[in-house]
Ligand binder design. Structure first.
Ligand SMILES: *Cc1c(COP(=O)(O)O)cnc(C)c1O
Length: 358
């Protein structure tokens, strides 16, 4: 069987080695005579998997004891609501930087909970860039500043982070574990797993302990305290998704950790951006150069007709998932950690040949 040339935006490609390992253990996890999803979430076998996933994540991102690592369901989208529910009070304002559709949605949910302000936005220009850090203005009563570290739909990414005196909250759904991070710069990081971490079904939140308050008025399952005080085992967690997450984390470690992953991601992104830049306007990149994403490469061709022809021929050649998001059109290649560099080079060659023939 030949693996597909998978450039899906999410759910996305998983490392083949992870899928093979999961398959090997599928019917008989650790000689238990059961599949992982048949085990009790209170069993020793499952708890070991659960704790290993937390330990690996802590190690890879150098997360100190000042933070809790918790697992939830509801996707990154539920965090759009949980963050203001847990961090915003009647006396404070939630500050948002708008850099794309996901930050727009996060702001929209926060508006239902309390006071909000836009600290900076690149919406007017059509979300081609990340704002200059010096253009970010936070309100005096700010509860937190929310950013989206990688804009999956527009293909832009933050390459440095705001240095502000208030908590920084980052939606890292589409670039967590793609590069080393300095955790001192963040107070809450969240990510749906289905781009860089594993399958859909589990959401990771890394939160500074001092931000967790036992707010008894919140519904139990919407309160971070419920998760932090029960090791994310208050109710049944998505055990299969967390198992696969633990295998992906193991794979990242075996690949050489985040520095090695970053090096490979830089090389992969460069292969596609170099073709865009050399094409003399045949391919038109959406992102301004200094805001380019290493995870989602977005571009258009000169006309809608030519874009359609490109997408049709790419599909015929076996490339999957190159259509831009339904809200913006055009083309997008998502090249997360698990997309092999050989596949990215195949795409770059395909793009070059298409250009020369058209
Ligand atoms: C995919 C994505 C989301 C939405 O994630 P769900 O898990 O589907 O809710 C939110 N933010 C970003 C940056 C994303 O890429």
């Amino acid at each position: 069987m030949k693996r597909a040339l998978n450039f899906n935006a999410g759910p996305a490609a998983l490392p083949q080695a992870v899928l093979e390992k999961a398959e090997k253990n599928w019917l008989n996890f650790n000689n238990s005579g059961m599949a992982i999803m048949e085990l009790s979430h209170r069993s020793k076998e499952y708890e070991a998997v659960h704790n290993q996933a937390i330990t690996s994540l802590r190690k890879l991102l150098s997360i100190s004891d000042d933070f809790e690592v918790i697992f939830l369901q509801g996707g990154a989208s539920l965090q759009f609501s949980m963050i203001p529910m847990n961090l915003l009070s009647e006396e404070s304002t939630a500050n948002y930087v708008l850099t794309g559709s996901w930050s727009d949605k996060a702001l929209k949910e926060a508006n239902k909970i309390g006071k909000t302000a836009v600290a900076a936005s690149t919406k007017e220009g059509g979300y081609h860039s990340i704002p200059n850090l010096s253009d970010i203005k936070v309100t005096e009563d700010a509860a937190y500043l929310h950013i989206t570290s990688n804009n999956t739909i527009y293909g832009t990414q933050w390459h440095q982070f705001p240095d502000v005196a208030i908590p920084v909250v980052a939606d890292m759904s589409s670039d967590i574990l793609s590069r080393p991070l300095n955790m001192d710069q963040f107070d809450l990081i969240y990510a749906g797993a289905q781009k860089n971490l594993g399958p859909s079904g589990v959401t990771v939140v890394i939160i500074r302990k001092e931000l967790i308050k036992d707010n008894g008025k919140l519904p139990t399952m919407l309160n971070y305290h419920t998760y932090s005080s029960n090791n994310s085992l208050y109710n049944t967690p998505p055990t299969l998704a967390i198992y696969l997450l633990s295998l992906v984390l193991e794979w990242v470690e075996e690949t050489g950790g985040l520095e090695a992953i970053q090096k490979e991601n830089t090389e992969k992104a460069h292969a596609l951006y170099a073709e865009i830049d050399e094409s003399n306007g045949f391919y038109i990149g959406h992102a301004e150069k200094n805001s380019r994403s290493q995870m989602n490469v977005t571009f258009n061709l000169a006309s809608e007709q030519l874009s359609a022809k490109f997408l049709a021929e790419a599909k015929h050649a076996g490339f999957v998932g190159l259509n831009g998001h339904r809200s913006v059109g055009g083309c997008r290649a998502s090249i997360y950690n698990a997309v092999p560099k050989e596949h990215v080079h195949e795409l770059a060659s395909f793009m070059k040949n298409f250009r020369l023939n058209n």
